[in-house]
Design a protein around this ligand. Structure first.
Ligand code: ZN
Length: 199
């Protein structure tokens, strides 16, 4: 079942979420909520959805990046972002550790969007690699090592669980609506973007 998505201004997006116990995770109610979150994410479509976005302040998010989405991106887009398909999975009670692959890797900068801020996008610096310790949809502990676009998705969704939105981390001068992004900035060079960001 597709659920309505909360948008910026709804207080649930700004509240810290509470942790779930393994018993809660495997309950029929929570399994139904997870299924509805996948339906909602895919209908949007999006590559991640956190429970606060459907009005539930719980430490829970669903993630899936499909090859068909990646194939729709312009040539070179996926390679630059180190974007590979990510199978559908659930993270619960995540702990995020930023990882640095090389000294130059402090942060990578790309345009990012959010289903709770429809119609807008901005450049957001994010760690290129992360480790996430969490529980899966069966309440079992798992460790995820991610890089590239998947690492960005994890950082974005885990931010939601702490009441943080990408607009709190963006380069504010790069904030724009999707129409202008498509028209003017989609194929901008790194130098053009730098100029926009730094002024
Ligand atoms: Zn979001």
């Amino acid at each position: 079942m597709v659920l309505p998505i909360c948008e910026a201004g709804e207080i649930v997006l700004r509240c810290p979420s509470r942790e779930l116990t393994p018993a809660e995770i495997i309950s029929p109610e929570m399994q139904a909520l997870i299924a509805n979150m996948f339906d909602t994410m895919r209908a949007a479509p999006g590559v991640g959805l956190a429970a606060p976005q459907i009005g539930m302040p719980l430490q829970l998010a669903v993630i899936e990046d499909r090859q068909e989405y990646i194939d729709k991106a312009p040539p070179g887009h996926a390679a630059a972002r180190e974007r590979l398909a990510v199978p559908a999975h659930v993270i619960v009670n995540p702990r995020l550790i930023l990882e640095r692959l090389t000294p130059e890797d402090a942060a990578v900068e790309f345009f990012e969007g959010c289903l709770s801020l429809p119609g807008f996008t901005a450049v957001v610096p994010r760690a290129r690699a992360v480790r996430v310790d969490c529980l899966n949809e069966r309440g079992e502990p798992v460790t995820i090592h991610a890089r590239g676009w998947y690492a960005r998705i994890l950082q974005h969704e885990i931010d939601h669980l702490g009441g943080t939105l990408y607009i709190d981390r963006m380069h504010s001068r790069s904030f724009m609506n999707r129409g202008n992004f498509e028209r003017c900035w989609k194929n901008a060079t790194a130098e053009e973007l730098r100029k926009l960001i730094d002024g």
